[in-house]
Design a protein around this ligand. Structure first.
Ligand SMILES: C[S@@+](CC[C@H](N)C(=O)[O-])C[C@H]1O[C@@H](n2cnc3c(N)ncnc32)[C@H](O)[C@@H]1O
Length: 263
């Protein structure tokens, strides 16, 4: 466009703006805002999403997300507690595995797998045609985990992945189900992790968050290591997933199932 053309174009816009009622322009501005709001949220720097102005409490990192203080993550020294023999009875981990209803051949990610308590048990269900990606941010945990996998003959099905605090480390659209058992509340960057996990799900895939019930004072777990169902749903509402159900059969934990939205 030459100079004359540009002037004519600007003049036409000026005439249009003069002739169009202000309400139409306001509506137009609102539409543009609504269309770009999601992208703007993604572009926000982490410090805008998290509140780091408060003090850290005993079990927390002093960083708050949707009003919840994020818990300090469990060090690899706690692996023995994850493997305690009474765990199955206390938490009915057998029932949790049944409720997941995994299929043979399914590709599953055990995020924050720790010592691999669930990894080898899930490997037995998905079988040799399936795959369990076991991720953690501590190499020491993954070393313990692989020893456990060899002990239970699951080393060919379970693949260890060293993730980062922001990225689960899985390829895009690679898994049918992602499960986090007692992990979400201690993610340093829950927003970024949720985004990366949802990207790793195939369309229609499941994201399952298992958390000690924050609503129940009888659950003998430190408050920052528990979550209410309402809080989890609030935090997931900013992501492209739909809440499907809360399976309430376990003695201490919620099983909150979300499904990835169609693109
Ligand atoms: C309480 S343990 C639970 C282990 C296992 N899910 C279980 O139930 O036996 C939490 C684990 O999550 C891991 N973790 C914390 N933040 C993580 C992140 N961003 N990505 C992957 N793992 C993480 C910790 O290193 C720790 O091993």
């Amino acid at each position: 466009m030459d100079n004359v053309g540009i002037v004519a174009f600007l003049h036409a816009i000026f005439l249009l703006m003069r002739a169009t009622p202000a309400a139409v322009w306001l509506l137009f501005a609102l539409c543009v805002f609504a269309a770009t709001a999601g992208a703007a949220d993604d572009a926000r720097p982490p410090e805008a999403r998290y509140d780091t102005s408060g003090q850290a409490t005993r079990d927390g990192i002093g960083k708050r997300y949707f009003g919840r203080e994020i818990a300090r993550f469990m060090g690899h020294q706690g692996a023995g507690w994850l493997e305690r023999p009474e765990r199955e009875q206390e938490e009915r981990t057998d029932l949790l595995l049944k409720e997941l209803a995994l299929r043979s051949g399914e590709h599953v990610a055990d995020i924050g797998a720790g010592s691999g308590y669930f990894s080898w048990r899930m490997a037995k269900i998905v079988g040799e045609t399936g795959r369990v990606y076991a991720t953690d941010i501590q190499q020491e945990m993954l070393d313990i985990l692989m020893r456990q996998m060899r002990k239970h003959g699951a080393e060919k099905i379970v693949q260890p992945i060293l993730g980062t605090v922001r990225d689960c480390g899985l390829p895009v659209a690679s898994v049918d189900t992602i499960i986090l058992v007692d992990v979400y509340h201690e993610l340093d960057f829950p927003y970024e992790m949720a985004r990366s996990m949802i990207a790793a799900l195939k369309p229609g895939g499941r994201l399952v968050l298992v958390e000690y019930r924050g609503e129940d004072p009888a659950v003998p777990i430190k408050p920052l290591h528990k979550m209410t169902a309402a809080q989890v749903k609030k935090e997931m509402a900013v992501h492209p997933v739909t809440f499907e159900r809360n399976i309430a059969t376990l003695p201490r934990q919620h099983i909150l199932v979300f499904r990835k939205n169609a693109p």
